[in-house]
Design a protein around this ligand. Structure first.
Ligand code: PMV
Length: 359
């Protein structure tokens, strides 16, 4: 139990509490892949917080009639009751019980919706858990009004992490770091923080177009994925590489060296997939269209000198990253060359955003 995140409010708990919050998705530049219990990352990761791909959540807590009654949790996705989400939330509530002790006094109804389609292949766990964590700390704020906004956001990141590791990076905006780094003061395994080192203005409004190559469910769940790093023959080398990549990336973010930025980001994406391809069991999560798109990006970059690069999540979709000033040219490239490789020609334009909000 960590004292820093203890719930201190002594006010009388009301019969009914309602809170609402929104949180965006994020895309990792240096990837988190491998963890220890409970949601402690094996290496530091660094991400762009996005803006358009987000989850909005409304949380309603209603006092139980009998304190010993089991907590009832109901989840509605886009106004449709979705019992399949309940076990994950139950597990999350159990994990955070010591930090949100009021939860056991209430039954909870969670109404949530995403701006991106459920069947887009975009994981909603980061934005979903971050939005729920922001709702929870708002409950705390209503019971303990003097609590500072900065402390609330830190606790939201701490709670979100316990729901889904990468969700810790969806509370604040811009470039976000999660995981203790030997050279970065203030970095922590327990919550994410905005990077405090210098950032060239080119990265402040960086663009990310998500090319929806495969809109199906994830082939490999996150928990299975992370567990593949336990006993992986290259695990230790990978974790050390990620720590070095964080140091290197920080210097490119400061200098605005796009050539080196793109090299590092693409290498991170391919390393994530390489780790999966040589784990036991092994997986290939890229689809043939993923490869077609990657080769087209490389040719386009060679021919036009426009600094566009890609990154990947643990799936087939491609995130196309580029500076805002090239938006017109890159959108034309997507229309003419890339969208034909997307399922139903679907893609989502997104960009670096300001983080989650209390509503
Ligand atoms: O937060 P999780 O457990 O869903 O893991 C996310 C892992 C990657 O998306 C592949 C990488 C990352 O850092 O976001």
């Amino acid at each position: 139990m960590l004292e820093e995140f203890t719930f201190l409010a002594t006010a009388k708990w009301p019969k009914n509490i309602q809170t609402k919050a929104t949180a965006p998705s994020n895309i990792a530049l240096v990837k988190y892949w491998g963890k220890e219990d409970i949601q402690i990352p094996k290496n530091t990761s660094l991400s762009f917080t996005l803006s358009n791909c987000k989850t909005t959540t409304f949380l309603e807590l209603e006092e139980k009639k009998e304190a010993i009654e089991e907590t009832q949790i109901r989840v509605f996705l886009d106004d449709k009751e979705t019992p399949s989400f309940v076990p994950k939330i139950q597990k999350f509530f159990r994990l955070i019980d010591a930090y949100c002790p009021y939860l056991k006094h209430y039954n909870a109804t969670i109404r949530t919706s995403n701006t991106f389609p459920h069947s887009s292949g975009i994981a909603s766990s980061a934005s979903g858990m971050a939005a729920l964590a922001l709702c929870l700390v708002q409950v705390e704020k209503s019971l303990q009004p003097e609590i500072l906004e900065a402390d609330l956001r830190k606790k939201a990141s701490f709670l979100a992490r316990l729901g889904s590791g990468s969700a810790s990076r969806s509370i604040d905006g811009g470039l976000i770091l999660w995981g203790k780094h030997q050279e970065i003061d203030g970095s922590s395994d327990l919550f994410a923080v905005p990077i405090s080192s210098k950032i060239d203005p080119i990265f402040k409004d960086y663009q990310d177009t998500v090319l929806l190559i495969d809109r199906g469910q994830k082939q490999v769940s996150s928990s299975l994925g992370h567990s593949l790093m336990n006993g992986h023959p290259f695990a230790e080398a990978r974790f050390a590489q990620a720590q070095n990549n964080i140091t290197e990336l920080q210097s490119y973010l400061a200098s605005g060296n796009l050539k080196e930025f793109m090299r590092l980001v693409e290498s991170e994406a391919l390393t994530l997939h390489a780790m999966m391809m040589c784990s036991r069991p092994y997986f290939i999560l890229m689809a043939p269209q993923t490869m077609e798109v990657i080769h087209k990006i490389w040719s386009y970059r060679d021919e036009t000198k426009i600094p566009v690069c890609f990154t990947l999540d643990a799936g087939a979709n491609v995130h196309l990253l580029y500076p805002k000033k090239y938006t017109t040219e890159v959108h034309e490239f997507i229309e003419q060359e890339l969208k034909q490789h997307c399922q139903d020609q679907a893609f989502i334009h997104d960009e670096v955003g300001a983080g989650g909000e209390f509503l």
